[in-house]
Design a binder for this molecule. Structure first.
Ligand code: C2E
Ligand code: MG
Ligand code: MG
Length: 726
């Protein structure tokens, strides 16, 4: 509310026009003028009244003096007695002089015979000369304060033109007083009326002027403040008149405006919030609140632009938690998320503000360090991160100790653009992992292109593994005689988002080399067992699930425990699980390997020698191992059609294997002729494209269903080729 106390003269003149006197001054001036006019009119009225009284007094005095003169002429010698009687009767103070101005009659007898000289202008002499009545003021010993005298001529007779013989002098002060007293009320009335008018006019004029100017001033200030953007301004309520209406209207208008302004602001604020939220979603990793991949890209671009200008370096630290997958697998995804949030929090705490932190997804974080002077600084940052991550953490009541590995690339040395810097930091990361984890490594250009590609592939593979891009396909193994499916081999497939299906021959060796195969293989085993149980549960035939074991897996001391745990977790019948180990691997592992095979065998599983024939081991040496199945390498099968040597070898392997009580499987069978040859040589099972390539679980289920109904899923094909199993 604007203050009610208000000077209308205050405040800036709008639009810079020069200002005249204020409204208040103008109004007060008008009031003052009106008061002055009333005063002047009152004064004039009183003046007229006074002068008419004076006029009447003079007239009265002259008439009185004239009649005294007539009376005195009539009285003649008795003039003194006549004057005396007048005094007695009417208390008139008068005297009569002759032409010599000697007093011939007087109310004061002592004065008789005296020469009268108290008229200051010789008025008595003049009146006797011209016969005109006159007034004067006598100031004498008798009348020290002055007495008003009227002098009229005294004629010889009553006739108007008779000669003047003297003069009658009448004091009319009394008459004047009496007449004045008789008329004084009129004077009072006029005076008081005038005064009242002035007071009223002044009082109400000032009030009205004050109110008007104050009200208009307030409205003016309100409007000015409003014009300058202060929408909160309101005017204190004034009296209910036109100005009051104006303030009401102003306040209402201000309320409406403020309300619509608020609504507009709210809308704008909501729009801003929505934009902010959309930006937040677009640029933020929702789990950790760190920058996401998109934002990281922006941050790197910015840092590189600044670095180009400042001539300094930019460090890219690619960080990955060691064995994070174990946390997800054993404690669940919620625990995994909690770990990631905790790590993000630690990164925020241990890194200074100007370093940017992002999470790419999974357990991968990237730190961008702008303004780098030397590599040493980046090493220090990496060590800080390692220390922060290594502190024990509580997750769902459990104490966890995490480590991480960090790969570092530096602009401009290791690349001038985002993609190269990220790729090289990633390669360095895998070097850090290779060097035993919980450490950091700088990218070095000496890494040869092959190992670079390998490292890149491995990093992608790890990601694929964690993001579930790996799938299992199943290739049927068919009874050579009946054509029914007796088992399947689980073969891993990589559904790469851009490269499509990546063959295991490309990535298994890499996974093998980097050790990733251990966790990958564990997943394959578990997934395959789960699938087998699912098929059985779906009422499909009970078949044997074959899973390949790689060298690293076979050498892993935890293998036995893992297999045992998976058997328990999935509930697969142990004799429905077959582990395939390549011939070369079998021969290379010596006594320790043999023991491990025996231990595995004791779990009740089946064991198969894969790719047999390539390791040049004697069949006799197989006797040492608790083996159930022999898989003839497809190199032999491939050339069966024309190569007699291979035919003989294959024949020998089958015969001798059978003599050792082994189940014989031929892999890589592609033609009806190969199939027929193997069947005739008493091979037990056949696996190959002739029947089916490895297919997804649901396709395999269809094949299994046909097989379970007692017919070979490939009967039609068998009929058309004539040589296929029935
Ligand atoms: P392997 O264990 O000898 O598996 C058989 C391979 O031969 C498979 O190749 C299969 O697709 C292929 N094959 C089957 N029938 C035919 C045929 O008629 N003609 C031809 N030309 N090839 C046929 P894949 O799937 O590319 O696997 C290659 C190797 O990768 C496997 O050889 C195995 O050693 C390894 N591997 C595949 N999956 C896994 C796995 O989950 N774990 C491990 N450790 N190794 C795996
Ligand atoms: Mg195999
Ligand atoms: Mg094989």
């Amino acid at each position: 509310m604007l203050p009610t106390e208000h000077s209308s003269g205050a405040g800036p003149a709008p639009m810079g026009r020069s200002r005249g006197p204020s409204l208040r001054v103008k109004l007060l001036t008008a009031v003052a003028i009106a008061c002055a006019v009333v005063l002047v009119l009152t004064g004039a009225a009183m003046g007229v009244l006074l002068s008419s009284i004076t006029q009447a007094v003079r007239m009265e005095a002259r008439n009185l003096a004239g009649s005294v003169a007539l009376g005195a002429v009539e009285a003649g010698a008795q003039a003194q007695a006549y004057v005396q009687s007048l005094d007695d009767l009417y208390r008139r103070d008068l005297f009569i002089v002759n032409r010599e101005r000697r007093t011939i009659a007087d109310v004061v007898p002592e004065e008789l015979g005296q020469i009268y000289r108290e008229d200051p202008g010789g008025e008595v002499e003049q009146t006797m000369a011209d016969g005109q009545p006159r007034t004067f003021i006598e100031v004498s010993a008798q009348h020290p304060s002055g007495a008003k005298q009227m002098v009229v001529p005294l004629r010889q007779t009553a006739l108007r033109n008779s000669p003047i013989i003297g003069a009658v002098v009448l004091e009319y002060t009394n008459i004047e007083r009496q007449l004045f007293m008789a008329n004084v009320w009129a004077l009072y009335v006029v005076g008081l009326a005038g005064l009242a008018a002035v007071v009223g006019l002044g009082y109400f004029g000032c009030r009205v002027a004050g109110r008007l100017s104050r009200g208009i001033g307030q409205v003016r200030e309100g409007v000015l403040a409003f014009a300058q953007g202060d929408t909160s301004v309101r005017i204190a309520p004034l009296d209910p008149d036109e100005v009051g209406d104006l303030t009401h209207a102003f306040n209402k208008m201000a309320d409406d405006l403020a309300q619509s302004r608020r609504a507009l602001q709210q809308e704008a604020e909501m729009a801003r919030q929505a934009t902010r939220h959309a930006e937040f979603l677009a640029y933020t990793d929702l789990l950790t609140g760190l920058a996401n991949r998109t934002q990281l890209s922006n941050l790197i671009t910015q840092a590189l632009e600044q670095a180009e200008q400042s001539g300094r370096g930019v460090g890219v630290l690619f960080m990955d938690l060691d064995r994070f997958k174990n946390i997800n697998d054993t404690l669940g995804h919620e625990a995994g998320d909690a770990v990631l949030r905790e790590i993000a929090q630690r990164l925020r705490q241990c890194l200074a503000r100007h370093k940017h932190i992002a999470r790419l997804g999974g357990d991968e974080f990237v730190v961008v360090v702008p303004g780098v002077e030397a590599c040493a600084g980046l090493g220090a940052v990496a060590r800080k991160i390692l220390t922060a991550v290594a502190q024990p953490m509580q997750v769902f009541g459990q104490e966890l100790r995490m480590t991480c590995s960090i790969g570092i690339s530096l602009f401009p040395r290791d690349g001038r653009e985002e993609h190269a810097l990220m790729k090289n930091a990633d390669i360095a990361l895998y070097r850090a992992k290779d060097e035993g984890r919980n450490g950091y490594a700088f990218y070095s250009p000496e890494l040869n292109p092959h190992s670079v590609e390998k490292l890149a592939l491995e990093s992608e593979l790890r990601r694929a593994h964690e993001q579930g891009q790996l799938r299992l396909h199943y290739q049927p193994k068919v009874d050579a005689r009946s054509g029914r499916i007796l088992g399947v081999e689980a073969l891993v497939r990589w559904a790469h988002p851009t490269m499509g299906w990546v063959a295991p021959a490309r990535f298994i060796p890499v996974a093998e080399e980097t050790g990733l195969i251990v966790s990958l293989g564990r997943w394959v085993l578990e997934e395959a067992c789960r699938q087998q149980v699912a098929w059985v549960a779906a009422g499909l035939p009970r078949i044997v699930m074959a899973v390949n074991l790689s060298m690293r897996q076979f050498g892993d001391p935890a293998l036995l425990d893992d297999v045992r745990a998976i058997l328990a977790a999935t509930g697969i019948a142990p004799d429905c699980l077959e582990l395939e180990i390549t011939e070369s691997l079998l021969m290379r592992n010596g006594a320790a390997g043999t023991t491990q095979l025996h231990e595995l065998k004791q779990l009740g599983l089946r064991l198969a020698v894969d790719d047999f024939g390539t390791g040049y081991s004697s069949l006799a040496s197989l006797k040492r191992f608790p083996i159930d199945t022999l898989k003839i390498d497809r190199a032999f099968v491939r050339d069966l059609d024309g190569n007699e040597e291979d035919q003989t070898l294959t024949q020998a392997i089958i015969t001798m294997g059978k003599s050792l009580g082994l189940h014989i499987v031929a892999e890589g069978v592609e033609t009806a002729a190969q199939c027929e040859f193997l069947r005739q040589r008493d091979c037990d099972e056949i696996q190959g494209f002739f029947f089916s390539k490895a297919v997804p679980a649901d396709e395999l289920a269809t094949l299994l269903r046909a097989s379970g109904e007692g017919r070979s899923p490939w009967q039609r094909r068998g009929e058309s080729t004539g040589g296929a199993p029935v």
